[in-house]
Design a protein around this ligand. Structure first.
Ligand code: RB5
Length: 147
């Protein structure tokens, strides 16, 4: 799978740890930065990762900021993006099974690297269950149609 990853300054150290972890997997990683502690605006990174996920059908995105909240709010403004803010693996699993989430957002000031990596691995390996959940996703999609 193609995995886009991005963070703001608050999340960049955790992002690098996740990138290191994912390098040992079969997935192809597209790193949208940032690469230092220098302050940036998280919506710019969310836009880049969301754009990648919109363009690449079999892909997902990982976003990290201080809380994960700003990244998830920003990413969810893009058509077809379902970004889930998760702080434990159960929510990450349900976000895939029930919500077909295509972006995982996490807070570097909320969780440590070990937990974040468990969450990422759970998110990546879990499939959407379809069925009744597809109908619900269709209803979310309808809300994206212009008036
Ligand atoms: C940056 O200080 C912080 O506001 C940002 O990383 C994020 O937590 C916003 O939601």
């Amino acid at each position: 799978m193609k995995i886009a990853i991005g963070s703001d300054h608050a999340g960049y150290r955790l992002k690098d740890q996740i990138v290191e972890h994912l390098k040992s997997s079969d997935h192809s990683i597209e790193d949208f930065g940032v690469f230092s502690d220098d302050s940036v605006d998280y919506p710019d990174i969310a836009a880049a990762v969301a754009g990648f996920v919109q363009k690449n059908k079999l892909s997902c995105g990982l976003l990290i900021c201080g809380t994960g909240i700003g990244m998830s709010i920003a990413a969810n403004k893009y058509r077809g993006i379902r970004a889930a803010l998760c702080s434990e693996p159960y929510s990450a699993r349900c976000a895939r099974q029930h919500n077909d989430a295509n972006i995982l957002s996490m807070g570097s000031r909320v969780i440590g690297a070990g937990l974040a990596i468990d969450i990422v691995d759970t998110f990546i390996k879990t499939e959407f269950e379809g069925g009744r959940h597809s109908r619900r996703i269709e209803k979310i999609n309808l809300a994206e149609q212009p008036d």
